[in-house]
Write a new protein. Structure first.
Length: 696
């Protein structure tokens, strides 16, 4: 660690400590507010309403008020303090969504319990999802850490993030605006309140995405290309629209019908720096004035019918969502000098550095499902249901190489599945709750899978609980992993990736044990978790010695084991001030090679100080510091070999919100105050956000 980094870390710790000690004012009150968090009702952990205190799983809720207090302007900033959830930036300015050190493809992101159509490779799954939704529509976010395939099926090996949207019951109009380093948003929402039996909410958001400017400079030599200039990644415009209508039948069974629809559209572009090669003393363009355009659009619609009887709480739902993508690339290279090269060299140059490229893709997901929660007796509550799901993907990245005229073939593939699940919440006695569950799922691509799970919650005292979970989970191969045949030029290289119809699902065995509780104004939880994953899908990669084209095929090759410790402790210093700390240790190993899994830290620690004067007209503020230790990032050491570097750093962050009255508020937030930069991790310094919101 150099002197500058150490100085920044010491300074941030001193600032946190000074504010903590100077802020201990007022009279310490009772533990009502401390224990309130455990009484929050969630629906994701067991597909039915239960409190966090009663749920055996590791559950966290981030409310709309929490998001405002952090100065969040999108879902990424709203999740920045979620426990053991990593949102590290990818090279294409999206965000990985990693829960407990599992890959982003092992996180299942839902909206109101519904799946979202989207990209399906290991490097793109979930990466752009969080950026395509307006934060204004979100009521709360529920996070379940740990495998939940027994209820949700494929993709939930790492955990579930369920985004719950608003259905306000009072009439209002909201207008908001925010701007910052990354984007500018203005949003609008209208709620009718209860009008007869109908309740409707509709919203729109218009976003200007700012470019991330990354300077690149290398010197040309016999073995490397030369470049100088800025890469400007994914900037442009995005629009979001949503509407939700609820019809209340107002009868004894409390039946309701909910209709949902949403739409987004984005036009983004990337401008890449010029790149030159050097061959036999002669320079030539590999990349010149290269521009990539991304035109994407998506929509979703759903119908949900719910009802209650004396012993039953049931739901029937069908929904459909779709994503369409169009990619276009222009590269103004000049190959007039190719006559000096051999015919094979000319052919290689044209393949490696194409003057143009394009891709088209269409994804859709259609699901019909039903479930019922039935109170059998005072001890047993059963939740059971079934689901039919159809996933479709059509695109040029399934169709192989373009023909002589540059025309690409589009192919389409469909994966169908049906499933049934059963869960029993068994109140064994006043202290012990057992929650066994099992799900059977059949896919037309690889057959059947059974995912069992059992959870335990034992109340040692009224304020101290022991929880444990054991289960098996799986992730089905995606359409891309099964059938991809992609030719693509992501920069001055050409890659060909092919799928494998013989792939088997990835499978995991996982368990965790926790001790959590409250004592006066202090609350805390410690958890140990252990995941073993087999049949991990990865690439078998090689490079053609003549054309230098990189080829890769999806195969089941890897085994992984990820275990760790989650620790969180908080104390209510006064009626205005709360101090909280978290520590997450992650030991992630590739058991196939006995090496460390990359793109993960060894540990992450946060110190958070939260202030709220609890006045309708007043202030709230947050100050937090995140310490990241030994983040492992791969670094190429030359052809045929690879290694990784370790990074340790800290980021100091703050936000302040001013409530002028109950209907008008403004905020300012700054992330990475000390301007830490780590180019290999796509960290490019300080980020700021300011905004205001008014209700009528």
């Amino acid at each position: 660690m150099n002197y500058k980094n150490r100085k920044q870390q010491v300074l941030s710790v001193l600032v946190c400590t000074a504010l903590m000690t100077s802020g201990v004012v007022g009279t310490v009150q009772g533990a009502d507010e401390t224990t309130l968090m455990t009484e929050q009702v969630v629906v994701t952990a067991s597909k039915k309403a239960e409190t966090i205190k009663a749920a055996p799983q590791a559950v966290e809720v981030i409310t709309a008020d929490d998001m405002k207090q952090m100065g969040a302007t999108d879902l990424v900033s709203a999740l920045q303090l979620a426990d053991n959830v990593s949102l590290s930036e990818s090279a294409m300015t999206g965000n990985q969504v990693m829960i407990r050190g599992m890959d982003t493809k092992h996180s299942l992101i839902l909206v109101d319990g519904k799946r979202i159509a989207g990209e399906d490779t290991d490097s793109t799954a979930n990466v752009y999802t969080l950026g395509r939704m307006s934060l204004d529509t979100v009521e709360r976010i529920e996070i379940v850490r740990g495998a939940t395939s027994s209820l949700y099926g494929s993709d939930a090996i790492g955990g579930v993030i369920n985004i719950i949207t608003k259905v306000p019951d009072t009439a209002s109009t909201t207008v908001g605006f925010n701007t910052g380093t990354r984007q500018v948003n203005n949003y609008y929402r209208y709620n009718t309140g209860k009008v007869g039996r109908w309740n409707v909410t509709a919203g729109a958001q218009f976003t200007k995405v700012r470019p991330i400017n990354i300077f690149t400079e290398t010197v040309a030599s016999a073995n490397k290309v030369g470049s100088e200039g800025y890469n400007r990644y994914l900037f442009g415009n995005r629009q979001n629209f949503d509407v939700s209508a609820t019809y209340d039948f107002e009868n004894a069974n409390q039946n309701k019908l909910r209709l949902d629809a949403n739409y987004f559209k984005e036009h983004l572009r990337t401008e890449l720096a010029d790149v030159q090669g050097l061959n036999r003393g002669m320079k030539y363009d590999q990349q010149k004035d290269k521009v990539e355009h991304y035109d994407n659009a998506g929509y979703g619609m759903g119908v949900t019918y719910t009802g209650k009887t004396e012993k039953n709480d049931y739901m029937v739902r069908t929904y459909y969502n779709q994503l369409k993508k169009e990619y276009d690339m222009k590269n103004d290279v000049d190959f007039s000098f190719l006559g000096r090269f051999s015919p094979m060299a000319q052919q290689m140059m044209e393949k490696m550095y194409p003057k143009s490229d394009y891709d088209k893709a269409k994804y859709y997901t259609w699901v019909t499902e039903a479930q019922n929660t039935m109170a059998v007796n005072e001890q047993h509550t059963l939740t059971f249901g079934g689901e039919y799901r159809k996933v479709y993907y059509a695109g040029t990245r399934l169709g192989g190489q373009a023909d002589a005229k540059g025309i690409k073939n589009q192919e389409a593939h469909t994966v169908n599945s049906y499933a049934g699940f059963l869960e029993d919440t068994w109140q064994v006695n006043d202290k012990l709750i057992l929650q066994p569950s099992v799900r059977y799922e059949h896919h037309n691509s690889f057959g059947s899978n059974v995912s069992p799970h059992i959870g335990l919650n034992y109340s040692i005292t009224d304020t101290l609980r022991f929880k444990a979970n054991y289960g098996r989970a799986f992730k089905a191969p995606t359409v891309s992993e099964l059938y991809m045949n992609m030719w693509h030029s992501p920069g001055p290289i050409m890659v060909n990736v092919v799928g494998n119809p013989k792939l088997e699902p990835e499978k995991s065995r996982n368990f965790d044990v926790s001790l959590e509780g409250e004592y006066g104004n202090t609350f805390g939880k410690i958890t140990y978790y252990n995941n073993k994953v087999s049949n991990l899908i990865n690439y078998n990669q090689w490079t053609d010695s003549q054309t230098r084209i990189i080829h890769a095929e999806y195969v089941n090759v890897n085994k992984a084991q990820i275990n760790g410790v989650e620790l969180s402790v908080g104390h209510k210093l006064s009626d205005r001030l709360t101090l909280k700390g978290t520590y997450n240790y992650i030991n992630a190993q590739d058991k196939s090679k006995n090496t460390r899994l990359l793109n993960r830290p060894k540990s992450v620690m946060t110190i958070q100080l939260v202030y709220d004067d609890n006045k309708p007209t007043g202030y709230s503020a947050m100050l937090w510091n995140t310490f990241t230790h030994d983040y492992a990032y791969s670094v190429n050491k030359g052809r045929g070999s690879s290694s990784y570097d370790l990074y340790s750093f800290n980021t100091l962050n703050a936000s302040v919100t001013r409530r002028f009255n109950s209907d008008f508020s403004a905020f300012v937030a700054v992330n990475n105050i000390l301007d830490k930069q780590v180019a290999d991790l796509n960290m490019y310094g300080r980020l700021w956000r300011v905004g205001a919101e008014m209700k009528f």
